[in-house]
Write a protein that binds this ligand. Sequence first.
Ligand SMILES: Cc1ncc(COP(=O)(O)O)c(C=O)c1O
Length: 364
Amino acid sequence: MTDAPVQLRPEILAQRAYQQGKPAAPTAFKLSSNELPFQPLEAVLEAVNGVSGFNRYPDARATAVREALGAHYGLPAEQVLIGAGSVSLLYQAAQAAAGAGDEILYPWRSFEAYPGIVTVAGATSVQVPLKADASIDLDGLADAITERTRMVVVCTPNNPTGPAVRQDDFERFMERVPSNLLVIADEAYIEFVTDPAVLNATRLLRDYPNLVVARTFSKAYGLAGLRVGYMLGNAQVLQAFATTAIPFTISEQAQAATLAVMQEADAIRERVNEITARRDEVRRALIDQGWRVPETQANFVWLPAGEQTEGVNEILLEGGIVARAFPGHGLRVSIGEEASVSPLLAACWQAIERYPYLRQTDAE
Ligand SMILES: Cc1ncc(COP(=O)(O)O)c(C=O)c1O
């Protein structure tokens, strides 16, 4: 990397490019990217196949999608911004809000893209450790705000550990945040939330103009490969984020698919219910095996394997399970198709038998 033939930003050279979840062998289950395991819905396929005029650029502002989402949330279209996945919108936000000498604050461990987003903006990451139960420390985040902080990101439910922030705790947190500091609630997994006490940040947009909510069609809606995410918030703030966008990244197919999937609320709800029921079963079974799996409100579970992460990952791979390993910390396993459950549980059992000291002790 450092022997590049031209001068490049050292902080970029020091960073690794985004690491995608490993492709799975045809016989393995790919549980590494929190995707939905189901095939696209028929109506969505038809909408995508119906797009033919792609000799022309797509609508750069995705007007019809913004209007549809605005109608859904009771907001004017100016309060909706569409991006090629919510990760692009997070890049846009960071570049609009922060530069050299500024700080961007977020919990850690959290979504693995955050450090790179901050580095690309030229800003400095300030990471606040998760609490012992792998949940976000909102007081710790509020305490870490300085006059250099320009953006705070709260990922809820938290990727990769699973716990979500409660509505009342988040409201108390927002009261502690300066009113001119941008806060992003990254709610990529909100559709999988089953606990009614969990935050739905869209309810707070009217009270806090400094709050922006990020959501995506990649997870519950099953459009990961088409790249559509959105932000809801103050119109002037979103206008600034629009300024840092790469134009034309949301294809006409992606826009058509989004409009179509928004009409399929019942089918999506059914799929999501299947996943959340399976998630709760898998977590319960893993806890019965002795794993310390944190509470999860998302479509994945966290195995805190610490120093044994790579060893556990090997056992999972041998058992036909492709998870996302974070060496030294643990593994995130997405909830997939029904057929993946028994090989997953068998491999996890083998792993905890191999590393019995990972078992929860009675004292915990
Ligand atoms: C917390 C979180 N935010 C944002 C994203 C980005 O999703 P997308 O860019 O597909 O909308 C992800 C994807 O894994 C995520 O886990």
